[in-house]
Design a protein around this ligand. Structure first.
Ligand SMILES: [Zn+2]
Length: 279
């Protein structure tokens, strides 16, 4: 992994490296870290991972990019810090770029997202009643695994995505059933991005075993420890063996992050927003 500083314009293409640019790396409540949404780029392909409430603002304010530049999207789960900017994105696709945004989304998530989150705001227009597909164009997605957790595969240009079901908000501690839909993503079988998830070493170990080419992990991390049972806490993540911690960068943090030194604890470090992580 190498890093590259942001200059003055967010890059939507590059020389072919797999690049991760976090628009924000904070949790749902921390205003100055701008939530956790990121742009992944490889060659001519790009995909925005999540579009939270602060995403349209920070994209334009600090990274000189209009929402209408986003052509491809994938979502991890329906909390507002991950989908709160979707209405604006949908409207900018419909009225400004006049082209639906390509989206990678499992069928069940599409249905829930529309009926439970988006429909209230954007089902009506001056042109009549609207549907999800007036704003978004679904890219082919295929279920490739059901047990021990569901996994889907899709491609966005040259970027391969594998979405795996995670445990984030559960009503019963060990069940995927009865829990909010949430997904992590493996990019090109090389980079593991957990999305919001509880501490789940069995799942991480399973993925590392089945995808031996994984070279880096971006892991959700609650530094305060207040939301154990919803997010993985810093103390829990310290329980991973040294060789796993060494490839782990932590994000979705709050201000308490200033009180710990992840490098000293064997991690790769905290994710910094506004930096290109290239692989
Ligand atoms: Zn969440």
């Amino acid at each position: 992994m190498t890093t590259k500083e942001f200059s003055n314009q967010l890059e939507f293409t590059n020389d072919g490296k797999l690049s991760f640019f976090f628009l924000g790396a904070g949790n749902a409540f921390q205003k100055t870290y701008f939530q956790s949404n990121l742009l992944v780029v490889k060659g001519e392909s790009h995909v925005l991972v999540d579009c939270g409430t602060l995403c349209p603002y920070i994209l334009e304010k600090e990274y000189n990019a209009k929402l209408s530049k986003i052509k491809n999207l994938v979502l991890t789960h329906p909390h507002a810090d991950h989908i709160g900017g979707m209405e604006e994105l949908a409207l900018s696709a419909y009225y400004i770029s006049k082209h639906p945004v390509n989206i990678v989304i499992p069928k069940i998530f599409k249905k829930k997202l529309w009926n439970e989150s988006l429909k209230g705001g954007i089902q009506y227009s001056e042109n009549g009643k609207m549907t999800f597909n007036d704003y978004f164009s679904e890219l082919p997605i295929k279920k490739i695994q059901t047990k021990p957790f569901e996994m889907f595969e899709a491609n966005i240009g040259s970027i391969n995505l594998k979405l795996f079901r995670t445990r984030h908000i559960t009503t019963r501690a060990t069940s995927f059933k009865d829990s909010q839909l949430s997904y992590g993503i493996i990019f090109d079988d090389r980079i593991l991005f957990t999305g919001d998830t509880q501490y789940n070493p069995e799942q991480i170990n399973f993925l590392l075993e089945h995808f031996p080419k994984i070279e880096h992990i971006f892991h959700d991390c609650d530094v305060s420890g207040y939301s154990v049972g919803v997010h993985a806490s810093y103390e829990q993540l310290k329980l991973f063996p040294q060789e796993v911690r060494a490839k782990m960068s932590l994000y979705h943090y709050n201000k308490k992050m200033q009180e710990v030194s992840p490098e000293k604890d064997g991690f790769s470090g905290f994710v910094q927003r506004g930096v290109y992580y290239e692989f």
